[in-house]
Design a protein around this ligand. Structure first.
Ligand code: GAL
Length: 371
């Protein structure tokens, strides 16, 4: 009897280990994505870092009833982009109510970059202080000696306080529109005021609003922070300092008044491509794409890169990052989130290969695909 029980237990255990360690062979966008323990990956609004032969995926740990940060920022590692090992929480929320990252704050869209000079990993993310909705609109950073943390939280702020963007004209510097006194809702007058830089001037002394964001490191090692600013109406691109741990004051406004969020970016054949979303909160909308020969512009809009069913909803998802696949000449993965705000932990990942048609990036739905 005893040995029968023991044998059954052994069989069950080995079956379980087979299930949880089954190697994934294909991307299945929109399906549950089990990690090495068989648990759906919890790294939303994420970004990847490639370091010494491994990919690291950083993202927001989402819970069942809230999108606020109850746990922190998580990390997974992989050598094939399909099978991910849970490396745990690399920046936990704080139990100190006074901390910027107090449990219950909002930590979104984390991105990690490695600085070869300082040998430090720098984690940047969008931070909102607990119980203040989205009004604080700050960027925050944490630093670590290892890609798997733990990261030491440094500070949060609104970038470029007191500094005009390099593409802000003298005429724009003279404008004195009080944009907050204009009637609420959309209007031409409001759009023109945004384009003229009324929010930028309103926020000049305290620093620019910084919500949805990504970080991009160019071939020459310079790093850039790309963020939804000016009440989400205008994107700004700001250069980081050489150690990647602050802003150096050089920045531009792009796509002024065009209402872009969720910026993701890649460089191919000397051109920079940015894929963003419109601003409809957790609900999906049509992606937008723009191209430039230089990061600081001029950026030219190319329209929605998605084609086919649900192209107008970015296949029911919102961009978060674009990763070049190492060792492949021309393979870039578009990463997006299919949000489920009623049960945030269940949100799915939409990873799709970027195709090029007449040299223009195109996104098409695939139920399954592999590298
Ligand atoms: C989205 C944004 C997300 C999150 C959400 C909150 O537009 O991309 O990162 O901030 O709004 O409603």
């Amino acid at each position: 009897m005893f040995s029968f029980l023991k044998l059954s237990l052994l069989i069950v255990l080995s079956l379980l280990s087979l299930v949880s360690f089954a190697q994934l062979k294909q991307f299945t966008p929109g399906e549950l994505w089990p990690d090495n323990k068989g648990v759906h990956i919890n790294a939303h609004g994420g970004g990847l870092l490639y370091f010494q032969g491994k990919y690291y995926w950083y993202g927001e740990f989402k819970s069942e009833n809230t999108s606020s940060a109850l746990v922190g920022i998580t990390c997974y590692s992989s050598t094939d982009l399909l099978n991910w090992t849970n490396e745990g929480v690399v920046l936990p929320v704080s139990n100190d109510e006074q901390s910027d990252i107090a449990k219950g704050c909002i930590m979104e869209r984390p991105k990690v970059v490695y600085n070869a000079n300082t040998k430090k990993f720098v984690l940047w993310f969008h931070l909102e202080i607990k119980d203040q909705g989205y009004k604080v609109a700050r960027v925050a950073l944490a630093v670590s000696d290892s890609p798997t943390g733990v990261f030491e939280y440094k500070r949060s702020y609104r970038p470029n306080a007191g500094i005009y963007p390099i593409n802000f004209t003298d005429a724009q510097k003279q404008t004195t529109i009080n944009i907050d006194s204009l009637p609420k809702g959309k209007s031409n007058a409001k759009f023109e005021a945004v384009v003229a830089g009324a929010y930028l001037k309103r926020d000049l002394q305290g620093g620019q609003m910084s919500r949805d964001m990504t970080i991009f490191v160019d071939d020459n090692g310079k790093a850039y922070h790309i963020y939804a600013s000016e009440e989400n109406q205008t994107l700004q691109i700001a250069e980081l300092s050489d150690d990647y741990q602050s802003h150096n004051g050089r920045y531009v406004r792009i796509l002024e008044g065009k209402h872009n969020e969720a910026p993701s970016i890649f460089k191919r054949k000397g051109k920079y491509y940015m894929i963003t979303s419109g601003c409809t909160g957790w609900d999906p909308n049509a992606a937008r794409m723009a191209v430039a020969d230089s990061l600081f512009g001029t950026w030219t809009e190319l329209g929605n890169p998605c084609v086919g069913t649900d192209a107008h909803l970015t296949f029911k998802s919102q961009s978060t990052y674009i990763q070049k696949v190492e060792g492949k000449k021309d393979l870039y993965i578009f990463m997006a989130d299919r949000w489920t705000p009623k049960n945030p932990i269940d949100a799915r990942y939409i990873w799709l290969p970027i195709l090029f048609e007449n040299e223009i990036p195109v996104l098409k739905w695939h139920d399954k695909w592999n590298i």
